[in-house]
Design a protein around this ligand. Structure first.
Ligand SMILES: [Zn+2]
Length: 495
């Protein structure tokens, strides 16, 4: 009898011990790369409760084991610049290795509504900035529509049509209203202030500074598409970079300049030298680029106010409609620019040489500016890994991954402490993990077929949930969670 009790105790003890060592999931034998600690070695990764619980050379036991030998195991990519928040775009992001995709450039018209829509319907993590353009449109009595009935298929209106709300200066009273709207949106959970200054050319230099003041007061960054592109003065790209660096210096707000490639174009390296100079003077200024020569925007926006051909140095024929491939004429341009219906358009204005020179620059984070119609939506991250790491060898794997994971996480940390657990493959970090084959990862999307998913991502984990399993999307799982600014927590405490 006593012997039996002893053996039961031993049995109980060993099952408890086994349970303690048992992980939900183990990724075994992959090449684990972490850009912060610079770990690049074969390891076993144990995941439990949505977190990376253990990274070890010893064997780990898990309820499920993914064998990853020959594959890279890296933090899931963080895209700071993703407009397409509907499911079809999210599916493409997942195949491109992205586990967090945020709308930071422009923001959405209604942060609370956006977060509510996305909850429980998102494949990957999501979040947004407060929209200066939308707050301005509201102050002018022409609010943007956030009326998307189903966030799984549509996205809210993020760009205003060119008109008084974009082209006229705001009164002091309107500026106060815009500032208050931005504060309210930060209280609702926005991650910063998004300013597409080129889309609101009526905003004076002082209005821009006043918006940066709100960001400084709330200790959140300003993400901005700068005022202009091209070389002609005034309003050159150089002056536009100066404007926002000036506003950051004056107010103390952190600044992130989006897609330096597509606004600075042939002056991209000069623009990067301005940012390097500002950083050397201890200003918090960061930037990003995507690996394509064409940009994409909306034809009836203020970006196409008179003067765009001179600034961009292109003609109507360099504007191409996605899908049909139609090259515009003057007449067709006028028709679509004056239409109330927003129409996406590709703009071929940069060179391959300039993109190739920009992407490897150490100040550049990778961000896609993704939306349906442009291959960057689907292929940005795989394209960098294929073209710059594997083929041209102008980036090391570690450096490319730093641009896709750690750098955006460090940017996000300015407004959300939760980001300290993202962009890292370390014990205690969130289990947002991409497992890909460095020999085969490639983009497939083209200007003609922009919705082709990338290949080479074998597994993708979002918060510990397997979203891509052996190269296939797992149906009916929505592991994406909101990424919130601190405003929401602080606003909650004050109530
Ligand atoms: Zn933009």
């Amino acid at each position: 009898m006593q012997k039996r009790i002893v053996s039961i105790i031993v049995l109980l003890f060993s099952t408890t011990l086994l349970a303690a060592q048992q992980y939900d999931l183990v990724i075994a034998g992959g090449r684990v790369v972490d850009p912060e600690t610079k770990l690049d070695a074969v390891r076993n990764v144990g995941i439990r409760g949505g977190k990376i619980a253990r990274i070890a050379t010893s064997r780990l036991s898990g309820r499920r084991v993914i064998h990853a030998s020959g594959l890279v195991v890296a933090p899931g990519f963080i895209d700071l610049h993703q407009h397409g928040q509907e499911l079809e775009s999210q599916r493409l992001k997942a195949f491109d290795g992205v586990t967090t995709a945020l709308e930071m450039e422009l923001g959405v018209p209604d942060v609370a509504q956006f977060l509510k829509w996305k909850e429980g319907h998102s494949l990957i993590h999501y979040g947004t900035t407060a929209s200066h353009a939308a707050a301005r449109a509201a102050a002018f009595g022409a609010p943007l529509s956030s009326a998307v009935t189903d966030p799984r298929v549509g996205i809210p209106e993020i760009l205003p049509k060119s008109g008084p709300a974009t082209n006229q200066p705001a009164t002091p009273e309107q500026i106060r209203q815009i500032q208050q709207r931005l504060r309210d949106e930060l209280d609702a959970g926005a991650l910063g202030i998004g300013m597409g200054i080129q889309y609101t050319p009526g905003a004076t230099r002082l209005e821009v500074i006043d918006m940066f003041r709100v960001a400084a007061e709330r200790k959140v960054p300003v993400y901005t598409h700068i005022r202009s592109f091209g070389r002609s003065e005034p309003d050159s790209a150089i002056e536009s970079v100066e404007e926002v660096i000036g506003a950051a210096a004056i107010t103390g707000a952190s600044l992130h300049i989006v897609h330096i490639n597509s606004t600075c174009l042939l002056d991209s390296l000069e623009c990067l030298s301005l940012i390097a100079g500002a950083r050397a003077r201890h200003l918090d200024v960061t930037t990003e680029a995507y690996p394509y020569t064409a940009g994409m925007t909306v034809l009836n926006s203020a970006l196409f106010n008179p003067g765009w051909r001179e600034k961009l140095g292109i003609e109507y024929g360099s504007l191409v409609l996605p899908g049909s491939g139609e090259h515009l004429t003057k007449e067709r341009f006028e028709e679509l620019h004056n239409s109330p219906v927003p129409q996406s358009v590709l703009m071929f204005a940069n060179t391959e040489e300039m993109v190739d020179a920009t992407i490897p620059n150490p100040l550049i984070m990778i961000a896609s500016d993704g939306a349906a119609g442009h291959p960057r939506n689907a292929g940005t991250y795989a394209r960098v890994l294929a073209q710059y790491v594997r083929e041209k060898k102008t980036l090391t794997l570690m450096e490319a991954l730093r641009k896709m994971t750690l750098m955006p996480a460090q940017m996000l940390e300015r407004s959300t402490p939760a980001a300290r657990h993202k962009g890292r493959l370390q014990e205690g970090a969130d289990a947002d993990v991409v497992v890909f084959d460095p020999q085969t990862i490639s983009d497939r999307a083209t200007y003609e077929k922009p919705m082709e998913p990338s290949v080479g991502v074998h597994y993708l984990l979002v918060g510990g949930t397997v979203l891509i399993d052996d190269g296939k999307l797992v149906p009916d799982v929505f592991p994406g969670r909101e990424v919130l600014g601190q405003g929401k927590a602080l606003a909650g405490k004050n109530q």
